[in-house]
Write a protein that binds this ligand. Structure first.
Ligand code: TRP
Length: 452
């Protein structure tokens, strides 16, 4: 098989991969998690997990992917030297379809809010805003139709391919997202009592750290940088040979953490200012932000900003869903020798089914186990179990199974980059011991195998 296409430029590659990382995970899930887990102490753990486990984990996926040069199944197979290891790629495929399914429900809310913003229907007083949101998630048709619409939108970019679709879209959408975030942060932080939100974000209360908080910080870190589902490995197959894997990982993780914290700065000062509890749950951004816009801006500006905000939220979600879709599309088309569009159709249909079930489970047709809905079950199954599992297996294959020579070749771009022996040894210590043991302890502790 010949090698796949590449991302055309380094900037395009960084923005596409950062586009995968930056999404609803940063703007919607991170503030939710932070709110529910006590604020700054959670953020502290989140940053430790992303830097210590996330950067080496990301590099491992990059190594497997670029060395493989093909879809996730083939890359893991090549890395591990047997079909058994290829299963890690398949696991990634299953996991990414589940994530794409439930993720598109929230992405669908974003499109719905965008449409409502254009019709000037999202602004108003807090009670109206709350009622609108609750009507939305409990209705039968709108959330599932919107989720399906979102998956079809993702499909339409995926079929255009890597350079024409993924790279082009990301180069336009990512910078715009950043500018808008800054504007809304300024508005949010200048509201009365905003300092309470800033304090909540940056003043840690270490007594709030429990084993559950550590576990959730780990799950959030992995979710946010798209680690553990072979998504990064799939993208790395499109990296050129001169991409520096260490500095690219650090840049992508830096962008991702930075945007998550910026999202916190956008939401918590506003939430405290309008008296919304920080642990309001998944609907936090859909309740607080329309309120901020109404209070902070003149009606015309509030109208414009609300449209821009929901447009950009939709776009941020889209750069992430593209990456989840790409894993399956590339895997099915190469392994089953299907055309790219037929492979994409299969993935789209599976994800639509998962999306519709998740959407219905939150409102009209309660389904799910362990006392919650299917949407939360899917979220927990992937972030709490499948992502850590995928990350552990990836660090084992790179640390213990792949020949050191191949790994070093990828790290140093075939000896064109200078790596000190010490640096390589530190990388190996992180990948062989710190990542699998660290993730494993947190994981086993959480599923109750033992208690720290
Ligand atoms: N990282 C994305 C976000 O923060 C979500 C995402 C995209 C993802 N691809 C993934 C999560 C693969 C896990 C695995 O929104």
């Amino acid at each position: 098989m010949t090698k796949n296409t590449n991302f055309a430029s380094k900037l395009g590659m960084i923005l596409a991969t950062a586009g995968s990382a930056v999404g609803l995970g940063n703007i919607w899930r991170f503030p939710t998690m932070t709110g529910e887990n006590g604020g700054a102490a959670f953020i502290f753990l989140y940053i430790i997990c992303t830097v210590l486990l996330g950067i080496p984990g990301m590099m491992c996926e990059f190594i497997v992917g670029r060395n493989g040069g093909h879809n996730a199944f083939r890359s893991y197979l090549k890395a591990g030297g047997s079909n058994k290891w290829g299963i890690v790629g398949i696991l990634g495929l299953v996991c990414s379809c589940i994530i794409l399914g439930f993720y598109s429900v929230v992405a669908g809310w974003c499109i719905y809010y965008l449409i409502q913003a254009i019709g000037n229907n999202v602004l108003g007083d807090m009670n109206e805003i709350k009622d609108n949101f609750s009507d939305l998630i409990h209705s039968t048709w709108i959330p599932s139709t919107m989720a399906v619409l979102f998956i079809i939108l993702t499909h339409s970019i995926i079929v255009k391919g890597v350079q024409g679709g993924i790279e082009k879209a990301s180069k336009f959408m990512m910078p715009l997202l950043f500018i808008l975030l800054i504007i809304i942060i300024i508005a949010s932080c200048s509201l009365p009592e905003a300092w309470k939100g800033i304090e909540f974000l940056f003043k840690p209360d270490f007594s709030k750290i429990t084993s559950k908080v550590i576990f959730e910080a780990l799950g959030q870190a992995f979710f946010s940088i798209s680690l553990g589902t072979a998504c990064l490995c799939t993208y790395a197959a499109y990296f050129k040979d001169d991409i520096n894997l260490l500095s690219s990982s650090a840049q992508i993780v830096g962008i991702d953490c930075g945007i998550a914290i910026m999202a916190g700065l956008m939401i918590f000062p506003a939430a405290f200012s309008v008296g919304v509890e920080p642990d309001a749950g998944p609907n936090l951004i859909f309740l607080t932000l329309p309120n901020v816009f109404t209070t902070a801006f003149s009606p015309t500006w509030a109208y414009i900003i609300s449209i821009l905000f929901f447009a950009l939220l939709t776009l941020a979600a889209l750069t992430s869903t593209i990456s989840m879709h790409e894993i399956g599309t590339s895997l099915l088309s190469e392994e089953l020798k299907l055309t790219r569009s037929l492979a994409a159709c299969f993935i789209t249909i599976i994800c639509c089914i998962i999306g519709i079930l998740s959407a219905l489970s939150m409102g009209p047709i309660p389904m799910g186990v362990m006392g919650t809905d299917l949407f939360s079950n899917f979220d927990a199954l992937t972030s709490d179990i499948l992502l850590p599992l995928g990350a552990i297996l990836t660090s084992i294959v790179v640390g213990w199974i792949m020949p050191r020579k191949v790994v070093v070749e990828q790290l140093t771009n075939k000896d064109t980059l200078h790596w000190k022996e010490l640096g390589i040894n530190i990388f190996y210590i992180l990948v062989r011991f710190v990542c699998p043991v660290g993730i494993g302890i947190i994981f086993l502790n959480q599923i109750g195998a033992f208690r720290i």
